[in-house]
Design a protein around this ligand. Structure first.
Ligand code: 6R9
Length: 638
């Protein structure tokens, strides 16, 4: 029996969520969601139908309702007399600070909305955002939401090529960027990547540039505009228009099993309902007193749902930090928690494991007594890291919510509820009230306790993706074709003896490196785009810190020879094509790749090599001698 941590009676007594939520949702799921939508959000026009699933798997939630997301996240808090409340405590990496109240946020968002309008942006136009973690990222997203112009945030660590393909897929007409951002005490430039991404034939006609690092950047007068020239002088009055509940709010690209990233898109009413509800219930948010901090980047779904939309819809006060946890020293996060009295802290297992490696004395040096709820997201958290987080960061008193969800689900789906659930190290445990999941076998047969299989969601949920931008067939094919009527998440899962869920990682060719999704196919195609590479196979190998690490097996072209330089060059080539996060930890030059008779690369066998294991069953290989060849080649060349 794994050890469990029941909530303390004091915590339970003040908790936002109660066990009754499960009963309410089980009795009438749609009525439960309708209540959340009406209680947590302000609608300009009420909806007349909670869910329309008649055209499944294309869902419509809160049909007929109209609302403005930006009004819900900003204006209504000011109108309710909370304009002086801090929305964002911004901490720049160099140490600069900026507190933004809800009233100021309203003025900034209004100015940005007016500026975007003056640059030609209209409802429905797509805006690409390529910014560091600075307040302008949040302001721009809210300004887009205000206008009904779907944003497509591209993580600042992605390359020019990755940015170009995302801009083209969404046909974005404007890019909002910055000269650069601060990363480990240096100015890391962003504008040059945008220049490269929009050069030549591009749908982009304007580039709006925030001055952050004051770096020298190239300038095209016909295209580039400084933020301070057009936003600062714009009117701070802007009347938000109500948009249909199903109006697209944003597109966010994520890796799939093929090389081409998928533009996951989310809409207005359902997305905001579930992000607001989960942010409140899962983190036990008491908006008047809590100080919340999520360490994600707005370039990922966690930043969208749990930095921008959930917390601001709930009128929370939060910290936003620009940089890395080790700059200028390894106690930076803990100092920020102490300085602002952070009460709710949400981060990723990879960061927890890194801090664990750095030693207990670093967090112990800071006053972390303000913390009361801890969250984890992005990959399974191993019980050892969970216990360390609980003991060293949480002082043994904070419930940990291990939250399972995806870019596609839009918001948290599986998680304990603090104050209700007795938590269990390493398990995400139970679907939230209003969410229905199952673990099934290959034939869609639901499995019972003690069994492992595939995770599916059995009923539509408000913040579900509405599709893949411009490719409805791929949406159907990827998520709804494996099992009739069930959403296939792509994760393996086990139900333990208590019926609690343990997530077992991806079952497809998607890797999870430091909580970031990378596709093997995407990295393979980056490698083979290099002139010296004939063929490449990529696997995710278990890594103590990053969860998984990218390991590549490469066959060079006849004329190319292996040198230490060629391996370095290939690693850098991947960084240039996709971004530094995709850089392989290891590249092994081999003479052959293991393939089945139908020509499929057997990644399982390569994973055995990458993880230094005895190679498994090779009987289905077209040439059973290949693994010997690879092994011998590797030992003689290293
Ligand atoms: C929010 C986010 C989604 C994939 C998902 C799964 C993994 C996320 C997890 C988890 C185990 C958790 N994942 N949270 N696995 N326990 N608490 O990370 O979205 O970037 O789309 O990744 O991440 O494999 O399928 P996204």
């Amino acid at each position: 029996m794994p050890e469990t941590f029941p909530p303390s009676p004091e915590f339970a007594a003040q908790a936002v969520a109660g066990a009754a939520l499960y009963d309410e949702a089980a009795t009438d799921r749609e009525a439960f969601w309708a209540r959340q939508a009406r209680e947590l959000l302000s609608w300009d026009q009420d909806f007349h139908q909670t869910l329309d699933w008649s055209d499944a798997p294309f869902a419509e939630w809160f049909v007929g309702g109209r609302l403005n997301v930006s009004y819900n996240c900003v204006d209504r808090h000011v109108l309710a007399g909370r304009g002086d409340k801090v929305a964002i405590h911004f901490v720049g990496e160099p140490g600069d600070r900026r507190d933004i109240t809800y009233a100021e946020l309203q003025r900034e968002v209004s100015k940005a909305a007016n500026a975007l309008t003056s640059l030609g942006i209209r409802k429905g136009d797509r805006v690409a955002i390529y910014l560091p973690m600075i307040p302008e990222a949040v302001i721009t997203m809210l300004a887009c939401a205000r206008l009904g112009a779907p944003h497509s945030v591209v993580f600042g660590g992605f390359s020019a090529d990755a940015l170009r393909s995302r801009i083209e897929d969404a046909q974005a007409s404007l890019v909002v960027t910055a000269d650069g951002g601060y990363r480990r005490s240096t100015a890391s430039l962003l504008k040059p990547a945008v220049d490269a991404a929009v050069s030549g034939d591009s749908p982009v006609s304007k580039v709006l540039v925030v001055r952050r690092t004051k770096s020298d950047v190239a300038w095209d007068d016909s295209r580039d505009v400084w933020w301070h020239d057009v936003v600062d002088g714009a009117s701070d009055q802007h009347t938000p228009e109500a948009h249909d509940s199903e109006h697209p709010l944003f597109i966010l690209y994520t890796s799939g099993t093929t090389g081409k990233p998928k533009g996951i898109f989310h809409t207005t009413g359902g997305y905001l309902t579930q992000t607001a509800y989960t942010h409140k219930a899962v983190f036990d948010l008491h908006a008047d007193t809590d100080v919340y901090w999520c360490t994600a980047d707005v370039g990922w779904i966690t930043g969208h749902s749990y930095i921008v939309y959930g917390p601001l819809a709930n009128g929370a006060t939060q910290v936003i930090y620009e940089g890395t946890p080790d700059s200028p020293h390894r106690g930076r996060w803990w100092d920020i928690i102490a300085e602002y009295g952070v009460t709710i802290f949400y981060t990723a297992p990879t960061a927890i494991r890194t801090c664990m490696k750095w030693g207990d004395d670093i967090p112990a040096a800071a006053d972390l007594s303000s913390l009361r709820v801890l969250g984890s997201v992005g990959e399974p958290i191993n019980p050892e890291a969970w216990r360390w987080y609980h003991r060293v960061v949480g002082g043994g008193r904070c419930p940990i919510v291990d939250t399972w969800w995806q870019t596609e689900t839009g918001a948290i789906m599986i998680s304990p509820l603090p104050g209700v659930t007795a938590t269990k190290p390493g398990s995400a445990q139970v679907p939230l009230p209003g969410i229905n999941v199952a673990v099934v076998d290959d034939e869609a047969k639901p499995l019972g306790n003690g069994e492992s299989g595939l995770l599916v969601v059995t009923e539509p949920w408000p913040s579900m993706l509405r599709g893949i931008w411009g490719d409805p067939e791929r949406y159907r094919e990827t998520y709804w074709s494996r099992f009739e009527g069930l959403y296939f998440a792509g994760d393996g899962a086990k139900k333990d003896e208590d019926g609690d869920l343990w997530l077992l990682g991806r079952v497809d060719d998607v890797m999870n490196v430091s909580g970031h999704r990378l596709s093997t196919a995407e990295i393979e195609s980056a490698l083979v785009s290099h002139p010296s590479v004939a063929e490449a196979a990529v696997v995710g190998a278990t890594d103590e810190t990053t969860g998984q690490a990218v390991c590549a097996f490469v066959i060079l072209r006849g004329t190319a020879t292996e040198t230490a330089d060629s391996v370095t060059e290939l690693r850098n080539h991947v960084a240039k094509e996709i971004g530094p996060i995709a850089k392989p930890r290891q590249i092994m030059i081999v003479a052959e790749l293991p393939k089945t008779r139908s020509g499929k690369i057997m990644r399982r066998l390569l994973r055995d090599i990458a993880e230094n294991r005895e190679v498994g069953d090779t009987s289905t290989l077209a040439d059973t001698n290949v693994m010997n060849l690879i092994r011998t080649g590797l030992t003689t060349s290293s």
